[in-house]
Design a protein around this ligand. Structure first.
Ligand code: HEC
Length: 435
């Protein structure tokens, strides 16, 4: 999936000029205002008094409503609801563990400041985590049910779309497997080049759609290849199976998981969408939910502009990974220059990617400064997210960037290599770059 061609396209498009002057990105994708340490979840009485009772209605419910119930509700992606005292107290201990370990709400990149901070970070503050812990320690007191219910903050919305990618038909999610990864080829119908500057995903099946990634083919030939794959598997329009990537030369443009509202790309920037080029929409359907509908028709709304400072989605990949079987931990690393141009580039966002054996991923740069660019200490294939820097990072042409991936291959009997398939792995990070 990583393609020298993308690098080459930077070279070509560099001549289109840059307008610099990027302001801080405006990205409301998590509904959490840009912040630094553990920002988000504001509004709740997270701190709480150090003494006195910590109760569900008084202290815990506001935290759950603000950070959890968008997924943990009957029509959400999470396997159980957290909307009542009974539901919360049933899993109270697990909740305390999982929030203390910062596993929930899902956000995989370290946001502590030791390796960057991200404007779309979601997570509980230390005080909120302590509140849940104290509530459990004190025996999960209920408190006063007449306490007014907090209103969840609204997810940001795109408003009217300039362009919509909609599945042509309802898709019958493949059953008999835990997960169905499906790529739909969707025509844009555009007759001129345009720039995508933001997006909002409307899942047709909120209980099963676990992630949506729109891959933008790097050429018309790649888009044709995707159409061919669609035509050879089942009915045309029904898409094709695709586990770890689109199976054609393409770069991710939209990354969405439940609980996110609209995403706007950094102000003034956009991803070029070639006239008439079909897009590949990858949807991960989670079948481990009982009783949910088994069909889906998902729609992706796009905000577009006729001009923008072009963004390049550039891969940094270790395609040479060779992972021996039966290893609790195997780490591989590679490094390269990010730019083929003698000019600096600005990195705004990161899209890390591995498959199910992946455990850790880290990207660093050396040169003009030595620093960590993203650190994912506990990779989870189920959460394919985009991470937007609080401040864009300038990368000099003389800089080297490296990617280091760690895997657990205990479940395998054969050597694992790079590839798209369920038995293959990847060690990959896409940068969202502008000049
Ligand atoms: C973006 C959606 C989403 C948000 C937000 C979210 N969860 Fe979850 N949660 C899930 C899903 C999906 C699972 C099932 C496991 C998985 O896919 O990671 C889960 C699993 C869990 C589990 C069980 C994990 C285990 O291993 O036993 C707990 C406990 C939990 N969530 C608590 C919370 C709490 C508390 C919050 C808020 C602080 C929260 N979640 C926010 C989607 C979410």
């Amino acid at each position: 999936m990583p393609h020298p061609r993308l690098l080459a396209s930077i070279l070509v498009l560099a001549l289109a000029g840059c307008d610099g002057g990027m302001e801080d990105p405006l990205r409301p994708d998590s509904g959490v205002p840009p912040g630094t340490d553990g920002g988000g979840g504001g509004g709740s009485d997270g701190g709480g008094p150090p003494t006195g009772d910590t109760t569900y209605y008084g202290h815990v419910r506001p935290i759950l409503v603000e950070n959890c119930t968008m997924c943990h509700q009957p029509t959400g992606i999470a396997p159980f609801a957290l909307q009542t005292y009974e539901e919360a107290s049933e899993v109270g201990e697990r909740m305390a563990e999982i929030t203390a370990a910062r596993i929930m709400p899902p956000f995989l990149a370290d946001n502590s400041g030791e390796c960057q901070t991200f404007s779309n970070h979601r997570g509980l503050t230390d005080a909120e985590i302590a509140t849940i812990g104290r509530w459990v320690e004190q025996g999960m007191l209920e408190g006063d049910p007449s306490t007014p219910a907090p209103t969840p903050s609204e997810l940001p919305s795109l408003g009217t779309a300039d362009l919509t990618l909609e599945m042509p038909d309802t898709y019958a999610i493949m059953q008999g497997m835990d997960d169905d990864y499906r790529c739909f080829v969707i025509e844009t119908g555009t007759t001129a080049d345009t720039y995508v500057t933001g997006y909002e995903v409307h899942p047709g099946n909120t209980q099963r759609v676990h992630h949506v990634i729109v891959y933008n083919p790097t050429s018309d030939a790649a888009a044709r290849e995707a159409r061919n794959l669609d035509a050879t598997e089942g009915a045309v329009g029904d898409g094709y199976q695709c586990f770890g990537g689109p199976r054609v030369d393409a770069a991710p443009m939209v990354l969405w998981a439940p609980g996110a509202g609209a995403t706007l790309f950094p102000r003034g920037t956009g991803v070029q969408l070639a006239a008439g080029r079909a897009q590949v929409v990858q949807i991960h359907y989670n079948n481990l939910v009982r009783g949910a509908p088994t069909d889906d028709r998902t729609r992706v709304d796009l905000r577009t502009a006729s001009s923008a400072s072009p963004a390049y989605i550039v891969p940094l990949a270790h395609t040479g990974i060779v992972l021996p079987p039966r290893m609790a931990s195997v780490t591989q690393t590679t490094s390269q220059s990010l730019s083929v141009l003698p000019v600096p580039v600005r990195a705004h966002g990161m899209f890390p990617h591995m498959h199910t054996l992946g455990r850790q991923l880290r990207v660093e740069r050396t040169g003009s400064s030595d620093e960590c660019l993203i650190d994912v200490p506990r990779w989870d294939f189920n959460w394919q997210l985009a991470y937007w820097f609080t401040r864009p990072i300038t990368i000099q042409p003389s800089d080297t960037v490296s990617i280091t991936c760690t895997y657990n291959t205990m479940s395998r009997d054969d050597t694992v290599r790079w590839g798209d398939g369920t038995q293959d792995e990847m060690c990959l990070n896409f940068f969202y770059l502008t000049l």
